[in-house]
Structures are given as C-alpha cells and as structure tokens.
Design a binder for this molecule. Structure first.
Ligand code: ZN
Length: 440
C-alpha cells in the first residue's frame, strides 16, 4: 500500500513552535493533534488497553504515541510476533534560561529574576530579547497535588547586554552563567515576588504553589523568511522540528496501517543528558513497548521477538554548512538547507547509525521521493549527540540517527529550510509505514 503523504508545512511548524514554549506544552500540542485524529490517552497507572487502536501517554515532558490498528485485520492479535515496531524518536526540550528556586533579587535599584542556563544554551543569543514565561506548577489541592501549566506570552523579562562602551577594548564580554543571565523585570526597591506574580497570572493561590519548573522563551513569533520564503526562522527548532515532523508523520502513517506498529517517542531532558524518570535513559520506551505486546495477548517471548525485528529512527536536527564558517564543517559532507533529510554517521557512536539503519532510512527517503544528505562531523571537533545511542543501548533496537538541516543550533533563534520540514516528515512517514513487507 502506498503511504499517505505527510501534511507537514513550514506554516504548520511555525504554529506548532509558537504554542509550545516548554516540553510540557510540546506534549500538550502533540496530544491535541493526536486526539483530533482519534488517539486515546492512556494513564500508566491504569490497565493497558487490549483493543487494537490509536493511543498515547504522557510522562512529565515526554510523550509516546502508537497505533495497533493493524491488529484489527486479525493478522496478529494474540499471535506472535505481532509485527515489529517502527519508532520515530525525538526530544521535547530545548536549551533556555530557567528560573531559580529563590528567584527574587535586587541589584543597583533594579528588580531582578534569578535565571540559570538549561542545557547548552548559546547565552549571547538570549540577550536583549523580550522574554515570556512558561512551564508548570505543582499546586496543593486539599491534601492532593495538581499540575498547572504556565504560559505567559507577554514581555515580562529581559536580560540586557552590557553597553559596548563599558566592555574592555570594545570586544564584548565572556558571559558568566552565574552573574550575567539574570533578568530585569522592574525598577524600584519595593520587594516583589516572582512566584506570586506567576500564581496570580494563572489564578492560583501563591501559598498553594509547592514546586515549579519555570523557563523563559523569546516572544518574537516564528516567521517564514528569505527572498523567496525558503527559510523558517524560529526558536526551539532543535528539536521541535522533529516533534512536529514526527507527529505529522505518525498521523499520515496510521491512515494506511501496515504490518508494523508505528511509534512516536518524544523525550524530555535530552539537552541535559537524558537521565531522569522520563528521559531517554529511563524505562519509558521499554515499558510502553512491552505493554503493547502484553496488551495484545503476547508474553515475554513475543515481546523479545518483536523487539528483535524493530528499528528506530532517532530524529534530531543537523548542522547545515554555515556560509560564514565553511571551514568548521567536513568539506566532503556539505549539508544544504532545502537539500532534504540528513543521515548522521559518527564512527565513535555519538550517532547510533549503522549500515542497516542507514539502509532502512535511505529506503524510506526513496519511497517518499525526497533526497537524502549524509552528515559527518569534522574529525578534529567534538561531535554532539542525540537520544539515538541511548535508546539503542537501552532497547537493543537497531537505530539510525536522522534529522533536518539548520543553522544556529542552540541559539534562542534558529534557522532551517521551509521545504525541509515537509521532506523530513514525508521520509519519517514512509519509515513508519514501510511500503514493502518487513517480514519474510
Ligand atoms: Zn537536539
């Protein structure tokens, strides 16, 4: 059966990013799109669904979605193995400036909010921007706790640069993450509580707030730029580009169920090492995959057989060749914006790709009719990594690292090709719904 094309577009990506300032909002945005397509939310504390269907679950800032609708054909329900998993992975978090636990500061007559970097934020890019606030609160509700999502899309915070006249030799300053990224939010000496302000904005009693994960986001809306509109300028493209493309790919893939079980796995905490209850190092993906097999009546043996035939595409953004710094790139591996999805290979396994995984993704690109670019980092520069090597080692599933090209990775404002988001999503859709039989 021919896979349905993805409906991903540059405008759709801009909308997705603008309503998703935090990992928790990414999960909510994806869940809204999934529910519109008939996906049903599963709670991990409840009994697992035994009926074939389209499901998803959220654990903190991570989300996993899957479809077992192919079981409706009677081909595989209760029998073993039930067709392998085809997984598209990605991460929901992006580097940013986050709010400290005692955030209220005063300095030289300014009212300040104490911030610190999350992940490898490119600090200079956060200066002189109008910043909003997002994240979540843990709120006392009687003797229980409830979660409140926070999204303040107003210019409340600002981290100003030092004037050039005040820097030594007018060469700028080296930014210190402890001293130089606190935000101004007012003037005067009357003390003000930042957490109380957030509570008021969300209609919550400040005394009921017992915990929070709050972060800042640049308020400039995402836009389509370039003389012919061939570029997307947006925050958090790393890695909401994959969250968006992967979601659209899954929605396309489930329209024509194939022999495989398509899975979308979006993890929080990739930018800080993935070691948490919901990061790629956690048991999240393994438990979901096992419960899918158990839910359809299989046992441990069926689970292990299903895993052995499965394959994962770890999606994360890739470095396009920078026109002002071409010497920073491997000269024989030029990556172009608009040149299609990127296959990432690293001999030291910073990327998980091996030849079998490369073959599966190259075949998907071929079936989707999109070109494929191949990326290798300069051998004399340290290479970044992704969830790919982590999920490969945690699951034992063959994994391929892929992505879409961009400039300015980890800047508060990034740049990618408008056509690439569609091509990337179509390749992922073909990967999730392979046209050829995957079992002999
Ligand atoms: Zn990333």
């Amino acid at each position: 059966m021919v896979p349905m094309p993805s409906t991903a577009s540059a405008a759709g990506l801009c909308n997705f990013v603008d309503v998703s300032p935090s990992p928790f909002h990414v999960c909510r945005t994806v869940s809204v799109q999934l529910e519109e397509a008939g996906f049903v939310r599963v709670e991990e504390t409840d009994a697992w669904p035994t009926e074939p269907g389209k499901y998803y679950l959220i654990r903190g800032g991570s989300l996993v979605a899957w479809s077992t609708e192919h079981d409706r054909s009677g081909r595989s329900a209760g029998s073993a193995p039930a067709g392998p998993f085809r997984i598209v992975g990605g991460h929901t978090d992006s580097p940013n400036l986050r709010v400290k636990q005692n955030p209220d500061l005063e300095s030289a007559g300014w009212q300040m909010v104490g911030l610190e970097p999350y992940g490898g934020a490119w600090l200079n890019s956060w200066l002189d921007r109008d910043l909003g606030i997002s994240g979540r609160l843990s709120v006392r509700d009687g003797s229980a706790l409830r979660e409140v999502l926070v999204k303040v899309d107003e210019p409340i915070l600002r981290v100003p640069q030092l004037a050039i006249h005040l820097s030594e030799d007018r060469k700028g300053v080296t930014l210190d993450p402890q001293r130089h990224v606190n935000a101004i939010w007012g003037v005067g000496n009357s003390p003000r509580s930042f957490i109380s302000y957030v509570a008021e904005r969300e209609g919550v009693d400040p005394k009921a707030i017992l915990g929070w994960e709050l972060m800042t986001h640049d308020l400039a809306p995402s836009s389509i730029v370039g003389v012919e509109g061939e570029l997307v300028s947006a925050p958090r493209l790393d890695n909401q580009g994959t969250c968006y493309a992967g979601t659209q790919a899954l929605l396309a893939a489930v329209q024509n169920p194939t022999d495989v079980t398509p899975v979308l796995a979006l993890f929080d905490h990739e930018e800080v090492g993935s070691m948490s209850d919901r990061g790629a190092f956690s048991d999240l993906l393994n438990t979901v995959l096992e419960r899918i097999v158990l839910g359809r009546g299989g046992g441990r043996e069926e689970f292990l057989r299903t895993m052995a035939g499965s394959i994962c595409a770890s999606g994360d953004m890739a470095h396009a060749t920078h026109p002002n710094y071409p010497d920073r790139h491997e000269p024989a591996h030029r990556i172009e914006l608009g040149g299609g999805p990127v296959l990432k290979v690293n001999q030291n396994l910073r990327y998980a790709t091996d030849s079998a995984g490369a073959g599966a993704f190259a075949l998907a690109c071929d079936q989707a009719g999109v070109p494929l670019q191949r990326y290798v980092h300069r051998a004399d520069l340290p290479c970044g990594s992704t969830i790919g090597p982590i999920t490969a080692s945690r699951t034992g599933i063959s994994t391929v690292d892929v992505g879409a090209a961009q400039l300015a990775m980890h800047s508060s404002r990034e740049l990618m090709g408008a056509s690439d988001i569609t091509a990337y999503s179509e390749a992922l859709a073909a990967f999730l719904a392979p046209a050829a039989p995957v079992r002999g």
